[in-house]
Structures are given as structure tokens and as C-alpha cells.
Design a protein around this ligand. Sequence first.
Ligand SMILES: Cc1cc2nc3c(=O)[nH]c(=O)nc-3n(C[C@H](O)[C@H](O)[C@H](O)COP(=O)(O)OP(=O)(O)OC[C@H]3O[C@@H](n4cnc5c(N)ncnc54)[C@H](O)[C@@H]3O)c2cc1C
Length: 582
Amino acid sequence: MLGLLGWCTGITFYPEQVGIGVPQAVVGDEAQSFCYNVRESMAQLATTNNTFDGTILIPSDGHSFGQARDQYASVTFAQAMAPSVIVLVESESDVQAAVKFASQCEYSVSIRSGGHSYLGTSSCDSSKGQCLQIDVTGLNIREILPAQAKIGPGNRLRDAAEFLKQNGRFVPTGECPGVALGGHMQTGGFGLFARHFGPFVNRVGGFRIVLADGEVHDIVTPSEETSTLNDDIFYAVLGGASGSWGVVTEMTLNTIADEDFFSVYWKLGYWWDTPEDTEGIVNMMRTFSEMANEKIDDTRWSIHASVVGAKNLPGLGNRIQLEFSWVAPMEQKDEYDFDFFQKIDSACTGCTRFRYINVTEPLSQIWRHRYLRTLIDETTGREFPLPYTRSMQSLQAIPQPDGMESIVRATAALMPGRFSPHFVISQITTINEANINRALPWQQDKIGITLDYFYIPPTEWVIDHEQRALNFAKVLRDASDGEDHRMYWAAFDNPVMEKDWPKYFDNEEKFRRLQGIKQKYDPTNIFQNKMSIPMPTEGELDLATAANMQAINGTATTTNNSFFDQEECAVGSLVESCTETS
Ligand SMILES: Cc1cc2nc3c(=O)[nH]c(=O)nc-3n(C[C@H](O)[C@H](O)[C@H](O)COP(=O)(O)OP(=O)(O)OC[C@H]3O[C@@H](n4cnc5c(N)ncnc54)[C@H](O)[C@@H]3O)c2cc1C
């Protein structure tokens, strides 16, 4: 693929510092006292020596609670980032205790790792029903294994990449340093290297998870020996609506060894200030389109374009950056064609280039040229401080040169002028077709384009910005196939899963199968968020059951959810063990 870039019933109240709300359904003094004395109750429920090592915060904890609930989406959806209780866990046993407590005391559960969901799906809104947020930042082990690595979900992308680099290993991920692996392993992990190796989700070979029953399950890559539960959960967690299934406490990554690959990285940066710049960039992106279409079957090359419109931010400016990678098994290194990428640079006629990097380095080291590290605020962990609206489309076809030109001109129209109080980021990333036993949708698409549109209040601007973002999405669809494909990680426009699922899932069979899995393993719908898989209604139950039976019997018709398909690799993947089958 090639790409541009809830709630349970009950009441919530906070009687005093030591106690939490008493749910309506719980009757009897003993049960009331159990749900009220949350700290003691969690210790009783903890499996390890009856001790609870984590921290429990409620709104009356003031500043600590406020800090803990703050996350990337808070600037845009502040009112909705309001859990009744936040549990900062330190161990798997803490997670079990929190899930059992939530279940017995009728809290819904949202799960947070890095808090980088754009819609805030790792938080919850206690005004809609009492809810408990489990924060797994403290679960951050890192351990190297032969050809694999064991990693905790609380690790941020930059820490995991640095750890792997020290061990000569690599996995493809997305772009932002503050994103954590807990969410990333479920929502994709699309970036420059996805075209060579598939998205991050495809590198997850197994994980440990606490399900709604409060038990830990060790999930491995499906095979004929694995159980239905194993295979259902593997499928659902890896791309089937993050936070709907249970709390992931650890994951095993199938890593890529630096020494097996020859890798070249280029970065070109051009200012985008004047109408002349726009014409040069139009020309360059038309060339991008021609090259991308010409090389569509050769997954050794990848291109990622990012536009940053930041004219009014000190030290920045309006600009476009193109990144290229050429990655091949070592024995093919002589096939690298320097002139191919050079063509793009020379197509930017009259442009002012401010950056040029061209390195041949091991995969794990290329990361240091890539992270948006200068933009991260170490106190909040956020990359960008302003509220935002956004849009994103995943397209089945790479736009032809005319389509690409319309996208560049639409982007130019959104670029901030010297006095306009906003900035934009738009990204174009090349990604790869895949055929795997994970639910991640739209992997067979060819290009995905995102727009992040930041604004400075007053709030009346929001409406204007939302409309602009939606208009931009239409330009993208019109430039390609017209289909409205959206990716979970980049959800926008206040999705309601009950009706919007066709935009987020490739086909009905996949969505119904996920509803069936939800019904089986989380029958009381404890794990909920804005975009979690809705329980099947009575009318949908037969469809959900049928989709599950088809999957279990291996008769599912879609290409990328073959239940017993052991092949984990993207079609055309550069990973050696993947290249024989497709
Ligand atoms: C600035 C920015 C840039 C981004 N760039 C990219 C990019 O280039 N490529 C890309 O693919 N994505 C990108 N993303 C999207 C990001 O990868 C996803 O939103 C990812 O899911 C965030 O993971 P998190 O753990 O940080 O977020 P969280 O908000 O903590 O979690 C995200 C989701 O995963 C669930 N979840 C988190 N941890 C667990 C767990 N341990 N067990 C079960 N469920 C869990 C949450 O409930 C939530 O639904 C970007 C996001 C931001 C804000």
C-alpha cells in the first residue's frame, strides 16, 4: 500500500478521598463497602501476595488526577477525558485486580498506554456512566530474544527504537516519538518502512492480555495447534478496534536484523512560501505520482512526504519534506539506483532546498533522522500543543499526476499565511499490500493521506476548520477512487461505530466476526471506548455467529483474515521467510 499522508449504566460520585462511587446495581453492605474501599479491594483482588503496587487516583486527588487524565486528545475533547477512577498499574497482577474490581463494581474500562489516540479512545467520560481508566505506562519491560524482542506496552516508540538499535534490530513503526506500543500494536503503525516490511501490527508475533474474566492469556501466532480463544483474540487485537478486547501487558515482536538488509535513506526539504514554490512542488509531486505508479510492484523503495505549514510558529515555516528509503536484502545492494530518487529532487524546479540528507546506514539507525523529536514537549509528552481537527483517507489507487496536482493545490490553499493563527501537517506515506491473519483493515489499499489542522481558539474557528478538513478528504477521494476508506488510528469526524463501520472495515464479514468475538469474550461489554466494537444487537447476532463459524471452519472468503493462515507477511515483503508465499 502506498500512502500520502460508552458507557455502562450507574452513577458516579466521589464521596471522599478514600472511597469511590457505589454502583446502583450493587446491593448489600458488604458489596457497597467493597466498591467503596477501592484500594483495599484491589489489594484483595491482586493475585500476587494480595498486594496492589499501582496508584489509584480519583478527581478529588486534584492536580495528580488532572495530570494523569491529560492526554493528546485533551486539547480538543477536554470534557470527554474524564474517568471516574484512574489506576496507574505497575504489574500484570495490578491489571487483573483493576479489571476484576471494575467488573464486580460495574465500571466500564478504558485502557491507556501512550495516550496518543486522536479521538481519546484511551480515556472515558464519567458523565455518561462510571468508568475506570487503566494506565499501563508502568508496564515497560524491554528484553531481547533470538530474532524477537519482548516489550511492554508502556514503551514509547522512541524508547523501543533506541533499545532495538542498541541490539542491531529494527521494527517498522509510525512517525511520532510519544506514541506508545500498547496502542500502536492495535491500530497499525504506518510509516516509511511499512512498504518494505508491512505495518507494525504485522511484526507482533504474540502478546499477554488480561481479558474481561480477569485472567491472563498468553496469545501466540495462530497455528493448527492453537485454541479458538487464542486465534480469535490474536485476530481481534491486531487491528480490530483498539481497547475493545482486554489489557495487553506485554508483546513479542518479530524483529528485523540490521545485518540482513542494505538500506539507503534520503531526506529533502524545501520551503513552501511563494506561488513559485507551489508550482515547483506541483511539478515534483507529479513526478512522485509517475514514479510511484511505475514502481508499484517494487517494494524495495518507499516515499513519505510531509507538509508542515507553520509560517507563524517561531523558528519554523511552511515547508515540504520528502523522505525516501531503498531497502533490499544485502545480496541485492548493487541494484540500488541513485538516479531514481535524484529525479524527484530535480523536478522541484525553482524550489529553495533547505535540507539534504543522503545516508547508507543500518535500518535501526535511520530512525534518528526521522523522529519529530524537536517538536515534543517533555512535560506533557505531546508533540503539538494546539487543538486540532483532522481528516484522513486511505486510497485504493495512487493518484495519477493530475490527481496529485489537485491534492497539492488543495494543500497550498490550507497553508497558513503570515498572520493566520493555525498550522497544518499533511503526510503521504508509501505502504504495502498484505495478506495476514490480523483484523487490521484496508491493508490492500495503495496510499493513505492525512491532514492535521491545528487552530488557535476562539471556538467559532473550529467549525470552519472541521469543514475544511472534510473538504480536503473529498479532494483526496476525488483524486483517486472515490471510496471513503478510513483508518482507525486516524479516525475523524466523530465516528459512531454502529453506523460508520463500513468506512473503517474492509467488509461486513470482518466487522460481524469482531462483534461475535466481542460477544464471546466480553459479554458485559466492560472494555468500551468511543470507537470500540459495539455488541451485536439481537438482529445482528446471527450474522456475528455465522462470521465466526466461517472463520473457525476456515471458510471465510476475504483475503486478509484467513483464520489458519500462518503466513504473517506482507505480499512482496522483504523479509526472507515471507517471499516464497503470497
Ligand atoms: C501526533 C501523532 C502522530 C501519529 N503518527 C502516526 C503514524 O505516523 N503512524 C501510525 O500508524 N499512527 C500514528 N499515530 C496514531 C497512533 O499510532 C495511535 O493512535 C496509537 O494507537 C496510539 O497509541 P498510544 O498507546 O500512544 O495511545 P493510547 O491513546 O494510550 O491508546 C490508543 C488505543 O489503544 C488502546 N490501548 C492502548 N494501550 C492498550 C493496552 N495495553 N491494551 C489494550 N488496549 C490498549 C486504547 O484503549 C486506545 O483505544 C499518531 C498519533 C499522534 C497523536
